[in-house]
Write a new protein. Structure first.
Length: 145
C-alpha cells in the first residue's frame, strides 16, 4: 500500500500559511479547518516549515501569551520530513512512530502534493481490516467462492 492510495481517497488539499502569519491567526486557521498542523509556505506549494498545535503549546508554556502576536516562523519546525506519493504506508507509519510526529507532507518534484496525518493512516488501516474481515466472512459462510 502506498501514500498515493490514501491521497486518491482524501485528496491533495494542503492548508498552508505564509511565515509572517501571526500565531493568533494560526489558531483560527487550525480551528476553522479542524486540523492539528499546517505547512508554512510563502507560495502555497513549497515547504518552508511545519507548525502544529504542539509547537503552540510549547511556545505558550515557555514564553507566555506574548507568543500570540509573533509570526509562526518563530515557532515552526524547519527540518521537515516529507515523503513522495510512492512511499510505502508501512514506512511512513514507522517514520511517524519513531520521530513522534503526526503529520507528513507529500511532495512531488519539490511541490506539495498532499499531507498525510496519523488519523488518515488509522482510518485507512481500519477500512482495510473491515474489507478483509467481510471478505473472509463471506468466504466462510459460502457467499463468495
Ligand atoms: P505533530 O505530532 O505532527 O503535531 O508534531 C509534533 C512536532 O513535530 C512539532 O514540533 C511539529 O512541528 C513537528 N513535526 C510535525 N510534522 C513534522 C514533519 N513531517 N517533519 C518534521 N517535524 C514535524
Amino acid at each position: 500500500m502506498r501514500i498515493s492510495d490514501i491521497l486518491r481517497v482524501k485528496g491533495d488539499q494542503v492548508v498552508t500559511v505564509p511565515p509572517a502569519t501571526s500565531v493568533e491567526r494560526l489558531l483560527e486557521v487550525l480551528a476553522q479547518h479542524r486540523i492539528g498542523a499546517v505547512v508554512v509556505s510563502e507560495d502555497g506549494r513549497s515547504v518552508e516549515g511545519i507548525v502544529s498545535e504542539r509547537d503552540i503549546v510549547r511556545a505558550l508554556a515557555a514564553r507566555g501569551a506574548a507568543v500570540l502576536t509573533e509570526p509562526v516562523s518563530t515557532i515552526q519546525t524547519t527540518q521537515v520530513r516529507t515523503v513522495s506519493p510512492d512511499a510505502h504506508l508501512e514506512d511512513v507509519e514507522r517514520l511517524m512512530t519513531e520521530r513522534r510526529f503526526r503529520h507528513v507532507p507529500v511532495l512531488t518534484d519539490d511541490r506539495l502534493a498532499g499531507v498525510v496525518s496519523i488519523g488518515d493512516v488509522v482510518k485507512f488501516r481500519i477500512d482495510e481490516l473491515e474489507t478483509e474481515r467481510s471478505t473472509l466472512a463471506d468466504y466462510i459462510t459460502g457467499e463468495r467462492t
